[in-house]
Design a protein around this ligand. Structure first.
Ligand SMILES: *[C@@H]1O[C@H](CO)[C@@H](O)[C@H](O)[C@H]1NC(C)=O
Ligand SMILES: *[C@@H]1O[C@H](CO)[C@@H](O)[C@H](O)[C@H]1NC(C)=O
Ligand SMILES: *[C@@H]1O[C@H](CO)[C@@H](O)[C@H](O)[C@H]1NC(C)=O
Ligand SMILES: *[C@@H]1O[C@H](CO)[C@@H](O)[C@H](O)[C@H]1NC(C)=O
Ligand SMILES: *[C@@H]1O[C@H](CO)[C@@H](O)[C@H](O)[C@H]1NC(C)=O
Ligand SMILES: *[C@@H]1O[C@H](CO)[C@@H](O)[C@H](O)[C@H]1NC(C)=O
Ligand SMILES: *[C@@H]1O[C@H](CO)[C@@H](O)[C@H](O)[C@H]1NC(C)=O
Ligand SMILES: *[C@@H]1O[C@H](CO)[C@@H](O)[C@H](O)[C@H]1NC(C)=O
Ligand SMILES: *[C@@H]1O[C@H](CO)[C@@H](O)[C@H](O)[C@H]1NC(C)=O
Ligand SMILES: *[C@@H]1O[C@H](CO)[C@@H](O)[C@H](O)[C@H]1NC(C)=O
Ligand SMILES: *[C@@H]1O[C@H](CO)[C@@H](O)[C@H](O)[C@H]1NC(C)=O
Ligand SMILES: *[C@@H]1O[C@H](CO)[C@@H](O)[C@H](O)[C@H]1NC(C)=O
Length: 743
């Protein structure tokens, strides 16, 4: 009786007390020992049941599998996520990752005095890490990644830790209290993507067992830690670290396999001693201010697979020795101010699969360097240079080519029909050049094509119906050309089945390492002015680019999409069709209703006429912009079914008839414009969504009865702004949530 009472007062003391007795008794009688240990397990079970009710209290709706923990079981050792010591005597591990947990962290973990592994990753646990956790001195593995933890870090009590993962939280302050304090046994430390500040250069000197250290995406300042070469992987990318890399940092016993110091403020030369890192597979130093030659010594790092030197100021001369790197598959030398013709040496890197030379100052053609004959090239990225002349025909013989990016150059002439002979091609980006002539029907043979970006050229003629054979084509941008004629009904078949392409990308699974090129391309491909695309755009960092890119290629949706007529949303891939700024005419074919994978239609600034087909209400549209055309007849009331619609622009047309009040059902609508349709009549309801817009949305419609208070409204009314902000926040949250869940 007495013992029970003590236990209920302080579990930790009680357990030590029992253990104490246990130690004495085992020396006398073995079986007594077993009974006492069983008591300890009962204590652990009680703590876990407290944990369960704590979690259930905080999470009333969505609950993870902890809610299956059954008090009637004699031992907790079989409960989901719980592991016990081999003899089944004590609880030593809790895995609650991905259990829909929100709220603050449970603050009695230390009552589990033998707890060695705690995984709370991928939840939405917030607040500061409680002091209690710091008393779990047996912890060997602690994973709190992918939560929203904040406050400063104090884990000084956890000096048995071997693996610590705090990545993707909001923890701030300096780290020097913790390191070296918990270094003794530490092997893995991931502090990536938090708000840590201050210096880190002397924190890890005494972490003799450390092998993986990730400090990326924080606000660290000062110099780099000069002992990093003894690690296996070191990343400090996306911080504010400055200074130079000295020779002495790359000791002869350098064991690095991954070194990532990209996106910082490093300067000076890259020392040739880096070749002491004989196992180096990935070197990423892009986005710094390195100058001088690329060290020829690097040609001896035979393990090198990825070399990212972009956005620096390296000399133009590429050392011949690098040709010896037989494993080199990814070479990124974007933005290094190389001018003139492409260095001839690039044509000799036969081993490359990815070559990015975007954003240099190259001129002339591409052919002379020989890079168009590289046998295994899958991705060639040469955007933002000053290449001129006709598009090289020889590209049509690059059969391994999946991604061709030539945007923002000065290419002239027509598009070679031979480009249709690249059945593997998934992205063709020729936007922002000076191409003329018509779109070759042969492009209809590009059965793997996901992106076709021809915007901002001088293309003319009609869209060939054959393009409709591109059933993978989800992202088509032909804006700002001189294209004309009707939209062929066949066009509605694009993007109807991209699954085979996505499947092949999933199978291939060579998840590509993000170079600077992905970000540039994705920014070009995502229409930044339009939600929800714009929200993806705002969260693009170097890291998220890589993830987003990878997700798009594998067909995972980026944001939840509506099914027409309902608010049910699924994370479904969605495409766009941008035809704005051309001279298209005629009616929109009613087949457009088949484009069920498209969330954005931009047909503005053309000469479309006739009725807008009611079938448009069958698309899961988020953006519909048909401004500056000659549409007439009634506005289809079916648009009122597009519950996910956020941006609707019908301005500057000739719509007539009664304005459909079903639009008041569009509760997500944040941008709306019906102005300058002088024949439109009817009444704008004085309550509901339509009443929230400024008078600019309704100008130039003399027959339309708009509530007085809208007419009298001055710009920037507070309630309007609030509404905007609220839905912006919501959308950002939804996108972030979707991304976090998915990554
Ligand atoms: C921590 O958890 C995340 C998500 O569950 C996982 O991806 C990561 O590998 C874990 N970290 C370590 C060091 O095991
Ligand atoms: C960290 O926590 C320990 C005990 O949990 C405490 O003694 C120490 O003062 C704390 N350190 C800081 C800098 O707050
Ligand atoms: C650290 O965590 C981030 C985010 O969870 C992850 O992307 C990264 O690969 C991890 N670093 C290491 C070295 O495991
Ligand atoms: C954390 O850092 C991010 C990115 O630098 C910043 O947007 C955010 O405001 C910071 N949060 C806090 C709490 O400092
Ligand atoms: C690596 O080499 C340096 C000198 O080159 C030496 O000081 C250091 O102790 C060595 N480290 C290991 C882990 O062997
Ligand atoms: C390439 O490697 C071979 C053999 O290791 C060597 O003889 C040759 O000098 C190297 N080439 C260059 C340009 O460094
Ligand atoms: C090209 O790829 C094939 C298949 O992956 C490989 O066998 C071949 O060695 C590669 N060629 C070069 C020059 O690396
Ligand atoms: C780019 O090329 C065009 C014509 O080919 C030339 O007029 C222009 O000066 C070049 N621009 C730069 C920055 O080299
Ligand atoms: C491609 O499209 C054209 C016109 O729409 C059609 O006649 C032709 O049969 C299609 N070709 C294939 C291979 O599907
Ligand atoms: C529709 O597109 C035009 C041209 O791109 C743009 O100026 C306008 O703001 C868009 N309308 C809305 C409501 O976003
Ligand atoms: C949508 O609007 C129509 C016409 O105003 C109305 O009859 C209908 O009930 C509304 N539907 C919903 C789901 O609100
Ligand atoms: C709007 O302004 C007009 C004249 O300026 C005035 O007669 C009317 O009462 C005002 N309506 C409202 C709702 O403020």
């Amino acid at each position: 009786m007495k013992k029970k009472k003590i236990m209920s007062e302080d579990p930790a003391v009680a357990c030590s007390f029992t253990l104490f007795i246990f130690l004495i008794l085992t020396t006398v009688l073995l079986f007594t020992g077993i009974i006492v240990a069983g008591d300890c397990l009962d204590r652990d079970k009680e703590v876990l049941l407290n944990l369960k009710s704590f979690l259930e209290e905080k999470n009333r709706v969505n609950r993870g599998r902890y809610s299956e923990w059954n008090a009637d079981n004699s031992t907790p050792c079989q409960w989901h996520g719980i592991s016990c010591s081999p003899e089944g005597q004590r609880v030593i591990g809790i895995d609650l990752s991905d259990n829909y947990i929100s709220g603050e962290m449970f603050n009695s973990f230390s009552a589990l005095t033998e707890l060695q592994e705690l995984d709370l990753s991928r939840n939405t646990i917030g607040g500061a890490i409680p002091d209690d956790l710091n008393r779990c001195s047996s912890l060997v593995y602690l994973n709190l990644s992918h939560n929203i933890l904040e406050g400063e870090l104090n884990l000084t009590g956890l000096n048995s830790l071997e693996k610590l993962d705090l990545s993707m939280n909001r923890i701030h302050g300096e780290i020097k209290v913790n390191f070296p304090a918990i270094c003794r046994r530490l092997i893995v430390a991931n502090l990536s993507t938090n708000n840590f500040t201050g210096r880190m250069d002397s924190c890890f000197d005494e972490c003799w067992n450390l092998q993986y250290l990730d400090l990326s995406s924080n606000d660290f300042v000062g110099n780099i830690w000069n002992g990093f070469a003894r690690l296996v992987a070191y990343s400090v990318s996306e911080n504010f670290v400055s200074g130079t890399l000295s020779r002495s940092m790359f000791t002869s016993n350098c064991s690095l396999r991954i070194l990532d110091i990209s996106e910082n403020n490093f300067q000076g030369e890259l020392p040739g001693e880096i070749s002491n890192c004989e196992n180096l597979a990935i070197l990423n130093i892009e986005g710094n201010k390195f100058i001088g030659p690329i060290p020829s010594e690097m040609g001896t790092i035979s393990t090198l697979k990825g070399l990212f030197l972009g956005n620096n100021c390296f000399c133009r001369l590429i050392p011949e020795s690098l040709l010896n790197l037989t494993k080199l598959t990814f070479l990124d030398l974007s933005k290094n101010n190389f001018g003139g013709e492409i260095q001839e040496i690039f044509g000799r890197f036969k081993q490359l699969r990815f070559l990015a030379l975007d954003g240099n100052l190259y001129t002339g053609g591409i052919g002379s360097s020989g890079i168009l004959k590289l046998p295994n090239i899958s991705r060639l990225s040469l955007s933002c240079n000053n290449f001129s002349g006709p598009l090289p025909l020889i590209i049509s013989q690059m059969h391994s080519l999946n991604f061709l990016m030539l945007a923002y150059n000065q290419f002239t002439g027509g598009m070679p029909p031979e480009y249709g002979n690249l059945p593997q091609l998934q992205a063709l980006d020729l936007s922002f050049n000076r191409l003329s002539g018509s779109i070759p029907p042969a492009l209809g043979k590009l059965s793997s094509l996901l992106w076709l970006m021809l915007a901002n050229n001088s293309l003319s003629g009609e869209i060939p119906p054959e393009i409709g054979n591109c059933t993978s084509l989800l992202w088509l941008n032909l804006a700002n050309n001189q294209l004309s004629g009707r939209i062929p009904p066949e066009l509605a078949k694009i993007g109807s089945n991209a699954t085979p392409t996505f499947e092949s990308n999933r199978l291939r699974n060579d998840s590509m390492i993000a170079g600077s090129g992905e970000c540039l391309a994705i920014k070009r491909w995502i229409p930044a002015d339009y939600p929800p695309f714009s929200f993806v755009y705002t969260i693009l960092t170097r890291k998220t680019c890589g993830h987003i890119w990878d997700r798009l290629l594998k067909g995972s949706g980026l944001f939840p999409m509506c099914t027409p007529g309902s608010m049910v949303r699924t994370l479904h891939i969605s495409g766009y069709l941008q035809l704005s700024g051309n001279q298209f005419s005629g009616e929109i074919p009613s087949d457009i209703g088949m484009m069920r994978n498209f969330s954005m239609l931009h047909l503005g600034f053309n000469d479309f006429n006739g009725k807008l087909p009611a079938q448009i209400g069958q698309l899961p549209l988020v953006v519909l912009n048909i401004t500056q055309n000659k549409f007439s007849g009634e506005i289809p009331a079916e648009i009122g079914n597009l519950k996910c619609l956020r941006n609707l622009d019908l301005s500057y047309n000739n719509f007539s008839g009664i304005f459909p009040t079903s639009f008041n059902n569009l509760t997500e609508l944040t941008k709306f414009n019906i102005s300058y349709n002088p024949l439109i009549s009817g009444v704008i309801p004085s309550t509901g969504q339509l009443a929230t817009f400024e008078k600019e949305s309704y100008l130039g419609n003399p027959l339309l009865d708009v509530p007085d208070f809208i007419d009298n409204r001055t710009d920037n009314l507070p309630n309007h702004n609030q509404r905007q902000k609220k839905s912006t926040k919501l959308a950002v949250l939804v996108v972030l949530l979707a991304l976090t869940l998915a990554f």
